[in-house]
Design a protein around this ligand. Structure first.
Ligand code: NAP
Length: 245
């Protein structure tokens, strides 16, 4: 049975991805920065017939929680097959490049970039023990430099996410470098946009969370011939899913 760790899985897209991967037979560590909320969610899921979902405390900005989570997974499983860096925040919106203060950039980078780096580095050794290690960095199409600078891109004038988009663009570049460094291994490491989705993040506007979870779960399960070092948004490109960085 494969094992997956999903950060920020106590609600929203992370939670839905946890449900879908559990149904596909994976053992799911449901990351939650609030341990009590994580336990409540896991208990509720068990009551609905979801098997093999276990809450684990992990705040991506708190190294002690990341290391404690690694110890638990190492002791219980010995390896990790899939890491989904899903935890993310937008920071206060609207935000723009001219006025939004650097403290907002730091707050958002702390979760969306440094959190991803910290969690990834902490779990790399356990992932290397898997025959088919996968990392999915949950991104957004508005973090694409190519699209956001294209006047015909539908979100070109949607200029309220200067901080959030910068943080995801930075995370995308981290994804490119990590995939490059691990290119001659079994790792498959990609950035995936779930699409605009009804969660607390968007004030419950957008598409269905099931669709978003399915898009993320798909790249957690790609086979040995699958891509690595690519950026996908099936909302933006329904044909191949691939979009430019
Ligand atoms: P959400 O419902 O707000 O869920 C975000 C999750 O991240 C929550 O579990 C939250 O925990 C967790 N989180 C925040 N800060 C954390 C930290 N320091 N440590 C650990 N967990 C933390 O948002 P969502 O829509 O599901 O978003 C999930 C991911 O999808 C994000 O990376 C987001 O950028 C991306 N995304 C979303 C959309 C969309 O339209 N919804 C579109 C593109 C990309 P708490 O409950 O404790 O706050």
């Amino acid at each position: 049975m494969k094992t997956v760790l999903i950060t920020g899985a106590n609600k929203g897209i992370g939670l839905e991805t946890a449900k879908q991967l559990s149904k596909k037979g994976l053992f799911v560590y449901l990351g939650s920065r609030d341990p009590e909320r994580g336990k409540q969610v896991a208990k509720a899921l068990a009551g609905k017939g979801f098997e093999n979902i276990q809450a684990i405390e992990i705040d991506v900005t708190k190294p002690a929680t990341i290391l404690a989570a690694r110890q638990i997974i190492e002791q219980e499983k010995g390896s990790l097959d899939v890491l989904i860096n899903n935890a993310g925040i937008s920071g206060i919106v609207p935000q723009n490049a001219q006025e939004t203060g650097v403290e907002v950039f730091k707050e958002v980078m702390d979760v969306n970039l440094y959190g991803v780096v910290s969690v990834t580095q902490a779990f790399l050794e356990l992932l290397k023990k898997s025959a088919e290690p996968r990392i999915v960095n949950v991104s957004t199409s508005v973090g694409s430099l190519s699209l956001q600078s294209n006047p015909s891109w539908p979100a070109y004038d949607y200029a309220k996410y200067a901080v959030y988009a910068s943080s995801k663009a930075a995370m995308n570049m981290y994804t490119v470098h990590l995939a490059y460094e691990l290119r001659d291994t079994a790792f498959k490491i990609n950035a995936v946009c779930p699409g605009y989705t009804k969660t607390d993040f968007t004030g419950h506007i957008g598409g269905e969370v099931e669709t978003a979870g399915n898009r993320i779960a798909k790249y957690a399960l790609i086979d040995q011939n699958g891509p690595t070092g690519h950026f996908f948004s099936e909302e933006t490109n329904p044909e191949t899913g691939e979009i430019p960085w």
